[in-house]
Design a protein around this ligand. Structure first.
Ligand code: NAD
Length: 470
């Protein structure tokens, strides 16, 4: 795999150009153009067409930004966008229908329903690690619900950012969608404007900045954040398959995945077998020298490389540990029993180091998880269904996968999102549609007859009758 090359400087817009772009989008939404289902479906089909027709350019941009191979990019990003678009196109009509509910006796004769209505113009702020998916997947949800959107891709993946701006201009309705490329200054400017919803993907520090800015306008937010996602491995598990699935989900994109297993919790007695099995998978997947593997990605930039490498100071490295800063390469690395107060166990790793923390018995992994911030994802590998239920019932996490890595992300019927510190709100499929809709309460009363019970003047008789009804 080639090291990611230094990218051309991104052509950020003049700050003064941002307000007119937002004004155009708001006018378009106000015109009602984005509401008809036919328009939504057409835009969704265009997204699919865009990804398919531009796939070679997308692969190249991802190679440049993340040194990532095409198959991983397809699995994690292009394929995900196409699945989400197809799913939305197929189910949109049903999602957008009025949702009837029953009406109590006090409101009879009458009908009650929820009418999904779009929110307006959505601001989508993306992160660099899956730079296409993390802007297009929210965009699909926003469009299905009848909104339009302004997209701000991450400046840390500049080649994909530039390509997203070009593709959106070429394939989507230019009155309804715009891309603003940029970094802190441009995003800060965007946040000074009123949007109807903001979806932000990234770290919690900026998440708080976004939430504060949104509070000024009482704008609702979806925060797709990260954190340390634990992976509990019980000794009853299928060792070989477990090792494959952990290695796949940890070292995809060189560990730069929000839902990658951040650390493993395993019984002391079982740890040597698990370590051996994972080591074997690393070699099987990426050969003895991952630096030469076509299938192993690179760290996004020097700053993140230095951050990740610094986590290895004073640690017991039991596999890997080498890096090559010039090529933004860090070996798939295993660390055994790091100090719990070390940065490796205090910060989200977001890189290819996998700490293995041993516990005397596997039940101790539950309080270990519960003593920390609620994770975005939690993994448990076990054949013991009692233990599986124990983990499910006594821990909290945005998403859980039993006996695999982040396969839940491949199912558009499941919400994708965190809880507590790992985020708020969720999207994918119908949950995404609902996230970008207002479920408007509608009650329709009949003029057939009118019971005067609730009207003044009030009498004891009326009051007694009313108490029987409510
Ligand atoms: P990043 O550096 O790309 O930042 C995210 C966005 O915030 C970018 O668009 C950036 O321009 C903007 N930004 C940065 N500083 C800002 C500021 N001061 N004011 C306003 N905007 C600003 O991404 P990151 O934060 O390094 O992303 C990594 C984190 O994202 C990890 O914690 C990871 O777990 C999380 N993540 C979560 C998901 C998810 O779906 N839950 C997906 C990917 C990444």
């Amino acid at each position: 795999m080639q090291a990611n090359t230094q990218s051309e400087p991104v052509n950020f817009p003049a700050i003064a150009d941002i307000a007119p772009k937002i004004a155009l989008l708001k006018n378009t939404f106000a015109s009602g153009k984005t509401k008809p289902l036919a328009w939504r479906v057409e835009q969704l089909k265009q997204i699919k067409k865009m990804v398919l027709e531009q796939q070679d350019n997308i692969f190249a941009a991802m190679q440049q930004d993340l040194g990532r191979c095409n198959m991983e990019s397809w699995t994690a990003e292009l394929g995900g966008v196409i699945t989400e678009a197809d799913h939305a196109i197929k189910h949109l009509k049903k999602w957008a229908k009025p949702r009837k509910v029953s009406t109590p006796i006090v409101a009879q004769p009458g009908k009650s329903y929820m009418l999904p209505e779009p929110l307006g113009t959505i601001l989508i702020i993306g992160a660099w690690n899956y730079p296409l998916l993390l802007v297009l997947s929210p965009l699909i949800a926003a469009i299905s619900a009848g909104n339009n959107a302004l997209i701000k891709p991450s400046e840390l993946s500049p080649n994909v950012s530039k390509l997203v701006a070009e593709m959106v201009a070429q394939y989507l309705d230019n009155e309804a969608f715009a891309v603003v490329e940029g970094a802190v200054e441009e995003t800060t400017e965007l946040l000074k404007h009123q949007f109807d919803h903001i979806i932000y993907t990234g770290g919690d520090v900026v998440g708080k900045i976004v939430m504060r800015a949104a509070a000024e306008f009482l704008t609702p937010v979806t925060l797709e954040l990260g954190g340390k996602s634990p992976c509990i491995v019980d000794s009853s598990t299928d060792l070989d398959v477990t090792a494959s699935r952990i290695a796949w989900s940890k070292w995809m994109n060189a560990g730069q995945t929000c839902v990658a297993p951040d650390y493993i919790l395993v019984e002391e007695a079982f740890a040597p077998k698990l370590i051996e099995a994972i080591k074997n998978k690393i070699t099987e997947f990426y050969s003895d020298d991952a630096a030469k593997s076509q299938d192993y990605g690179r760290i996004v930039n020097e700053r993140h490389l230095a951050r990740i490498v610094s986590y290895l100071e004073d640690q017991n490295v039991v596999h890997g540990g080498k890096h090559d800063a010039a090529n933004k390469f860090i070996e798939p690395t295993l660390v055994l029993n790091p100090a719990i107060d070390s940065p490796l166990m205090q910060q989200e790793i977001f890189g290819p180091i996998l700490p293995i923390v041993t516990v005397k018995n596997i039940e101790q992994s539950i309080p270990f998880v519960n003593e920390r911030a609620k994770p975005l994802a939690l993994y448990v590998f076990t054949k013991n269904s009692d233990f599986e239920q124990q983990v499910l019932n006594s821990t909290s996490a945005g998403m859980v996968c039993v006996n695999d890595g982040f396969m839940f992300a491949a199912n558009p019927n499941l919400p994708f999102g965190g809880v507590g510190n790992s985020g708020t709100g969720a999207y994918h499929g119908k949950i995404g549609f609902d996230n970008f809709s207002h479920l408007k309460t509608v009650m329709k009363r009949s003029f057939m007859f009118d019971v005067p019970l609730r009207y003044p003047p009030f009498t004891d008789k009326k009051f007694k009758l009313l108490k029987k009804m409510i």
